[in-house]
Ligand binder design. Structure first.
Ligand code: SF4
Length: 300
């Protein structure tokens, strides 16, 4: 039997749902029941009723978020080693120390963080709703934004709020340079440049728009334009091309690939379903506190 058929057979037998991030390999996005950005995946995970098993194809913090939002379901990830270097740039202890330095501040934590860091935070955000989250907070509060300095800078510019950023960053998006954007524009003068706000400030300034991957998909679909330079992880091209076969997409640079997002392949997905491994486990006390921060965001 073909590996895809076997995955589908097992998925149905085990009443499982396959969730995949927009940066996953094409073949994983193709077989998934739902693909999306962190916000879309969080909302989906929170709404799953009729399934017993969630197979999460993404990086570990995303699978943890799914577990926190669906505590009664078994959540598995096909490669336990698919981590996020940005999420590992801050620990729970460092969040506590950061907060102690700014008494009375509010900690906003990008969803690209560990469950322990979320548990120390007041509210989570994703790249799709970070501006909205910050604007929902009292204007006189100092906001400690962890762990992504570039998303934090982007939100500060959009909101004029007093935001102090942790110094984390995404190594994949940090590879995108302003020169790459300018060179791509020269090559494709009619294209709209869309970048992710995890990119550096000069890259965002050189682009036409900065937005989450889910927002990019919606933007391109609505746009009357036909050419787009894309400044985010390569995996997004799968959905963009699938939904817009008559439009052209140019990745801003060939190296914008997150190695962790590519760790899961069909073989690992199959084994994971067969063995129901690796199970994602979050300590109950952490889960409870982390859920409060995530739910505060989802209630907006
Ligand atoms: S693309 Fe960046 S933020 Fe996303 S998982 Fe990879 S390293 Fe982490």
């Amino acid at each position: 039997m073909d590996i895809r058929e076997e995955i589908v057979r097992l998925k149905n037998k085990k009443r499982a749902i396959i969730l995949a991030h927009n940066y996953q390999r094409d073949e994983i996005q193709e077989i998934a029941d739902y693909t999306g950005d962190s916000l879309g995946l969080s909302k989906k995970a929170a709404s799953i009723q009729d399934k017993e098993l969630i197979v999460f194809c993404g990086v570990y913090f995303m699978a943890e978020t799914a577990k926190i939002l669906s505590p009664d379901k078994k959540v598995i990830i096909p490669d336990r080693g698919a981590g996020c270097p940005m999420a590992d740039m801050i620990t729970a202890q460092q969040v506590r120390e950061f907060r102690n330095k700014y008494p009375g501040s509010v900690v906003v934590c990008y969803v690209n963080s560990t469950a322990e860091v979320k548990a120390e935070s007041d509210m989570c955000c994703t790249s799709a709703n970070a501006v909205q989250v910050v604007l929902s907070l009292p204007a006189d509060k100092t906001i400690l934004f962890v762990p992504d300095r570039y998303l934090g800078d982007f939100v500060r510019k959009k909101t004029s709020r007093n935001i102090v950023c942790w110094k984390g960053f995404c190594p994949t998006h940090a590879r995108v340079t302003r020169d790459m954007v300018l060179a791509a524009r020269k090559k494709h003068p009619n294209a709209v440049v869309l970048v992710h706000p995890e990119c550096t400030e000069d890259v965002v300034d050189a682009a036409d728009e900065a937005m989450s991957t889910g927002q990019m998909i919606a933007y391109v679909k609505k746009s009357g334009r036909t050419e787009f330079i894309i400044g985010t992880e390569k995996g997004i091209l799968y959905q963009l091309k699938k939904e817009n076969p008559r439009k052209d997409f140019y990745l801003v640079g060939k190296d914008v690939i997150c190695p962790n997002m590519k760790k899961i392949d069909l073989q690992k997905l199959l084994v994971s379903l067969q063995e129901e491994q690796d199970e994602v486990v979050v300590a109950p006390a952490i889960m409870e506190r982390a859920r409060k921060a995530i739910s505060a965001m989802l209630l907006l």
